[in-house]
Design a protein around this ligand. Structure first.
Ligand SMILES: Cc1cc2nc3c(=O)[nH]c(=O)nc-3n(C[C@H](O)[C@H](O)[C@H](O)COP(=O)(O)O)c2cc1C
Ligand SMILES: Nc1ncnc2c1ncn2[C@@H]1O[C@H](COP(=O)(O)OP(=O)(O)OP(=O)(O)O)[C@@H](O)[C@H]1O
Length: 143
């Protein structure tokens, strides 16, 4: 039984999220997803949707066995609880694979780190980023 963890903001789902989570699910038998807490999303605009709504939507996807809202301070608390065999980093997540693998090792967590691929655009008008969806809403629906 191989347990995989995926993580991210997941504010307003799109096909890129589904691609990532299906690929992560294919790395093992059971997929857990950690949804970043709003207060920890500091590298871009904060999510529109609440922690619990983002968790519920991710958990409703076929590829996902369980969704979790992340820990406010210590990212290794949920990792210890889930005890995964694999952490699947998203194609553009800023975390360094080797640094993360080293930190897991130091914390006594026996877990490998894999990098998922990005989704290629299938249709010319496909929006594969929450930020781009929000930009289009603002352009087309707001004065
Ligand atoms: C192994 C791992 C565990 C994480 N655990 C948490 C957590 O417990 N709480 C949290 O708020 N964010 C956590 N994060 C951070 C976010 O899920 C996310 O990766 C980060 O904010 C980058 O966001 P992005 O996917 O929007 O680029 C974790 C990230 C990694 C790589
Ligand atoms: N187009 C995509 N292809 C594959 N994976 C993706 C794609 N978009 C996002 N992901 C992955 O999904 C996870 C959550 O991403 P995140 O919520 O930051 O989405 P985003 O759409 O890139 O957001 P934003 O546009 O606000 O930066 C991350 O691991 C990210 O790498």
């Amino acid at each position: 039984m191989t347990t995989v963890v995926a993580q991210g903001t997941f504010d307003i789902l799109h096909p890129g999220h589904v691609h990532y989570l299906e690929e992560a699910a294919g790395m093992g038998d059971e997929l857990h997803v950690i949804v970043a807490r709003r207060e920890n999303v500091t590298h871009k605009d904060p999510p529109i949707l609440s922690n619990r709504q983002r968790r519920a939507m991710v958990a409703a996807l076929d590829a996902v066995d369980e969704g979790h809202v992340g820990h406010p301070e210590d990212f290794f608390v949920p990792i210890r609880e889930i005890d995964p065999d694999v952490i699947a980093l998203g194609y553009d997540q800023h975390h360094d694979e080797e640094q993360l693998a080293g930190a897991l090792d130091e914390a006594g967590l026996d877990c490998r780190v894999e990098r998922a691929s990005g989704r290629e655009q299938v249709h010319e008008d496909e929006l594969l980023s929450t930020g781009k969806i929000i930009d289009r809403i603002c352009r087309e629906r707001c004065d």
